[in-house]
Design a protein around this ligand. Structure first.
Ligand code: F6P
Length: 382
C-alpha cells in the first residue's frame, strides 16, 4: 500500500518598498520548500502560495473561492526558475498596514491565513512589514521574517536584501557625474535614500570616494560644509561630490520633506535636502553647484551577485526554520554566518550609524582610523 505524503501549505509575501533581492529570496523559499529530495526526511510535502501586494493580499483574498481574483498564486520551482535574475518583486508589494486605524483588520488577516490553511507565512520586509509580522506572531500566527531594505536599518543583522545593489547604483551614478562635474568645475550634491539611517549615504559615499558625506545621525553646519568645499578648491580640486542622505538636517533644523503627512507606518515622506543644500553651497561658497536625487533608481535594476546569494541563503534558512517549527523569528546575517533571532528583538527599534565610531564629524566623511592605539578594532560594524 502506498502511503500518501502529508501536505503542508505555506505562504510568502513581500511588503514595504521594493528592492533588488526579493525575487531571489522567494525563488529559494519555493525551491527549498518544494525540494522533493527532502520530503521523506521532513515527512511532509510543502506547497507554496505567493500572496500578492503584501499584507493587502491577505486582506483582499476571499478564501472561500480560492481566490480567482489573483490575490494568492500557487508557486512552484518551474514558476520561480528565473526569478533570481530580476529586481523588484513578482508578487507586488504595498505599504498597507492592517494595524493602521483606517484599516484595523489584523483579525481578518489571521482568519484568512487559517482559512487558506497556511501553516506559516514567510514575510520579506523592512521594519514596518516585520513589525506587523511581530504583532501577528503575538496573536498566534506562524511567521518567519526575511530582512530586506536598502536602508539597512534593521537591528540584529549585518545585511538586509537590496542594500548592496543600491550601493552599486550610487557608485555607478557618481562615476557618471564625475566626468561632467570635472568638465564644468561644478559641485554635485547627490541625495540618497535611507530614511533616518545614514548607511546608504555613508557607505555609498565611502565606496565612491565622495568628498563630503552628510548623514541623519549627525546634524551638519552649512558653514562647515562651505569651509570644506572652499578648502578643497584651494588645494586644487576641479569638482566635488557631496553625498547627502534624505534624512540629513542642519544643526537645529528639521528634515526636508516632499509632501505633508505620513504613510501607514507614520513615517514622513523625506526628500529635497539635496536641492536645498546645493543652493546654500552656491550662495555661501560662490561655486556652481547642481543636485541630483537618486531616489528610486537605488531600488531598481537587477540584483547584484551579493543580493542573489544572500536572497538564496535567507530563503533557504527561512524554510529550515519552518521545517523546525521555529516560528516568530527573522533570519539574519551576523559575523559572516546566517543565523536567526526573535522578531521581538527588532520590534520598534532601528540600527543607525554610531557617529562616535563610524563617522568623522569634523570632515563630514567616513572614519579614517580602523584600529585604535594598541590594535583594538573600533567598535561598530561595517
Ligand atoms: O525604506 C525604503 C525607502 O526606499 C526609503 O529609503 C525611502 O525614504 C522610502 O522607502 C521611499 O518610499 P516610497 O517608495 O513609498 O516613496
Amino acid at each position: 500500500m502506498v502511503m500518501a505524503m502529508r501536505k503542508t501549505r505555506i505562504g510568502v509575501l513581500t511588503g514595504g518598498g521594493d528592492c533588488a533581492g526579493l525575487n531571489p529570496a522567494m525563488k529559494w523559499v519555493v525551491k527549498t520548500a518544494m525540494d522533493e529530495r527532502l520530503e521523506w526526511e521532513r515527512g511532509t510535502r510543502y506547497e507554496v502560495f505567493g500572496i500578492r501586494d503584501g499584507w493587502k493580499g491577505l486582506t483582499d483574498v476571499d478564501p472561500t473561492t480560492w481566490d480567482t481574483a489573483g490575490h494568492i498564486i500557487p508557486l512552484n520551482p518551474d514558476v520561480v526558475r528565473t526569478w533570481d535574475r530580476y529586481g523588484g518583486t513578482f508578487l507586488g508589494t504595498s505599504r498597507f498596514s492592517p494595524y493602521a486605524p483606517e484599516n484595523d483588520c489584523p483579525g481578518l488577516i489571521k482568519d484568512n491565513i487559517e482559512r487558506l490553511g497556511l501553516e506559516a507565512v514567510v514575510v520579506i520586509g523592512g521594519d514596518g512589514t516585520l513589525a506587523i509580522a511581530t504583532r501577528l506572531a503575538r496573536e498566534g500566527v506562524n511567521v518567519i521574517g526575511i530582512p530586506k531594505t536598502i536602508d539597512k536599518d534593521l537591528l540584529e543583522t549585518d545585511y538586509t536584501l537590496g542594500y548592496e545593489t543600491a550601493l552599486n547604483v550610487i557608485v555607478e551614478e557618481v562615476d557618471r557625474l564625475r566626468t561632467t562635474a570635472g568638465s564644468h568645475k561644478r559641485i554635485f550634491v547627490v541625495e540618497t535614500m535611507g530614511r533616518t539611517a545614514g548607511w546608504l549615504a555613508l557607505e555609498g559615499g565611502e565606496a565612491c570616494g565622495a568628498y563630503i558625506i552628510l548623514i541623519p545621525e549627525c546634524e551638519f553646519s552649512i558653514d562647515r560644509v562651505n569651509e570644506l568645499v572652499t578648502e578643497g578648491r584651494r588645494s586644487g580640486t576641479r569638482y566635488d561630490i557631496i553625498l547627502v542622505a534624505e534624512g540629513a538636517k542642519s544643526v537645529g533644523g528639521t528634515e526636508v520633506t516632499r509632501k505633508e503627512g505620513a504613510d501607514a507606518f507614520g513615517r514622513k515622506a523625506l526628500g529635497g535636502i539635496g536641492e536645498v543644500l546645493a543652493k546654500q553651497i552656491e550662495e555661501g561658497a560662490g561655486l556652481e553647484t547642481r543636485s541630483v536625487v537618486l531616489s528610486h533608481l537605488q531600488r531598481g535594476g537587477a540584483p547584484c551577485a551579493y543580493d542573489r546569494r544572500m536572497g538564496r541563503y535567507f530563503g533557504i534558512a527561512a524554510v529550515d526554520l519552518i521545517v523546525n517549527k521555529q516560528f516568530g523569528n527573522m533570519v539574519c546575517f551576523n559575523h559572516g554566518r546566517i543565523s536567526f533571532c526573535s522578531l521581538e528583538k527588532i520590534y520598534d527599534r532601528l540600527s543607525l550609524v554610531d557617529v562616535a565610531t563610524q563617522y568623522d564629524a569634523e570632515r563630514y566623511n567616513g572614519r579614517r582610523t580602523i584600529f585604535n592605539k594598541g590594535g583594538k578594532t573600533k567598535a561598530g560594524r561595517f
